[in-house]
Design a protein. Structure first.
Length: 443
């Protein structure tokens, strides 16, 4: 039986789901079997299946030449990939080939330059994917094809085959801060999410939920407030929003809306939250609030048929299939299923990212054309900028990111609203926000 809350056996290498349940359950797909084990070491993680074609040219371990039978999953949290889950022992070389790691990135000695790694948090040691060549890699390996039990292993630096760890504590103590996260990992995870949901949307229960989701939003302009609230939750001090007015002559023109902010950049769980309709990201303290169960952000699709997202590392789009737009659609993606399937954009989607490190949303193909977007932006409630600005500054203040002279700026289609902090009061000896000296102005 497991101890410490039921997630894991602290003293041993195996992490058991529960001795009684493990005996009763048939062998689960690797992703489902690995997730409780992964959470025993990384509490906020999820397991994500990684699809591969089994095209590796070298055998390894017990997998031999039957690589198409090897299941592969990643243990993922906000910091990146923490560990890999394997259905059988394989070599490091085979793992890299199953991940389709670019041959151009492979080096003979050493790894990559860790200074180029993408950092989304100060809690983990972020390594770029070149470290997969020679650095340590933590992995879970299934004990047998008929069991849900898994054991922790590690590829030690420059080691070709994994070594079994003595206990779960070895993972928690020695590898708790190791995470892989860069553009290669971002693409790998984004495509894995797309392939996973491409299957899920075929399930009758998911199709039923999506049919309800289409009717969830009574108004087509609610997306504006979802985007603004998410930017505030992400700690943004600047938000830029503008109508893209190219091709005004057509009702289905290429215009739309450009939305950008300088808040927190994307993490793997953010992409999963944006794609899901049943995974809440609001409970992750201090992390991005995508909206209840990933539903809030989907207000964007009431107005737009394509949403492209880019932050310099992640670049992906949700796009309504053109064959879904007609009344006689025979598309393979049922109804609203496309909102769950992020499509990786190799060239950044062709968007012009003039602000490095900013989160950019390009909302395109508006229902009703550009005129409908202009109408959505024609009225901004007078109280909205001060309320949003105070909430943003207070969040930044409590996070130690805000000074007394700090300000919050909203550029609403060339009409700039600035919210300034002019005084910080002390109540009961604790620094907090005062409202009497707040000052807002439209520039």
């Amino acid at each position: 039986a497991s101890s410490g809350g039921g997630d894991g056996d602290v003293g041993g290498n195996k992490t058991l789901i529960s001795s009684s349940r493990s005996r009763a359950l048939p062998a689960l797909p690797l992703r489902l079997a690995a997730e409780p084990h992964g959470r025993s070491a990384f509490p906020s993680s999820v397991a994500l299946g990684i699809h591969h074609g089994g095209a590796a040219s070298h055998g390894g371990g017990s997998s031999g030449g039957h690589l198409h039978h090897v299941e592969l999953a990643a243990i993922v949290d906000d910091d990146g990939i923490r560990a890999f889950a394997l259905s059988a022992p394989i070599s490091r070389r085979v793992l890299l080939e199953l991940l389709e790691y670019p041959h151009d990135n492979r080096v003979e000695e050493g790894g990559g330059d860790e200074s180029s790694a993408v950092s989304t948090s100060t809690t983990a040691l972020h390594a770029d994917s070149t470290q997969l060549m020679h650095g340590p890699i933590v992995c879970l390996i299934r004990t047998s094809a008929s069991s849900n039990d898994m054991e922790w292993h590690v590829f030690a630096p420059d080691q070709e085959f994994p070594t079994k760890l003595a206990s779960l504590d070895d993972v928690r103590v020695h590898y708790a801060k190791l995470a892989f996260h860069d553009a290669f990992i971002a693409k790998l995870l984004t495509e894995s999410i797309r392939l996973y949901y491409a299957q899920q949307v075929l399930e009758p229960s998911v199709r039923g939920f999506l049919s309800v989701l289409e009717k969830q939003f009574a108004r087509s302009d609610l997306y504006l407030f979802e985007l603004l609230q998410n930017a505030v939750d992400d700690g943004a001090s600047e938000i830029h929003l503008s109508v893209v007015r190219r091709g005004r002559g057509s009702a289905n023109s290429g215009g739309g809306l450009s939305f950008a902010h300088n808040g927190r950049r994307f993490t793997p769980l953010d992409v999963l939250g944006l794609s899901s309709v049943g995974l809440s990201t609001k409970s992750r303290e201090g992390k991005r609030t995508i909206g209840f169960m990933g539903v809030g952000f989907k207000a964007c699709y009431k107005r737009f048929s394509r949403v492209m997202i880019d932050d310099g590392t992640y670049s992906f789009a949700y796009e309504r299939p053109q064959e879904n737009c007609g009344a006689t659609s025979t598309a393979a993606v049922p109804g609203y299923g496309w909102v769950m399937q992020p499509i990786w954009q190799a060239d950044g989607g062709g968007a012009n990212n003039t602000k490095s490190g900013w989160c950019r949303f390009s909302l395109e193909w508006p229902v009703g054309g550009v005129a409908s977007v202009e109408k959505d932006l024609s009225v901004l409630p007078q109280t909205a900028p001060p309320l949003l600005g105070r909430a943003a500054l207070e969040k930044r203040w409590h996070g130690g990111q805000c000074s007394e002279s700090d300000s919050w700026t909203l550029d609403w289609d060339a009409k700039v609203h600035c919210i300034h902090r002019t005084r910080l009061a002390s109540l009961s000896g604790a620094a907090s926000f005062a409202t009497a000296a707040d000052r807002s102005e439209v520039v």
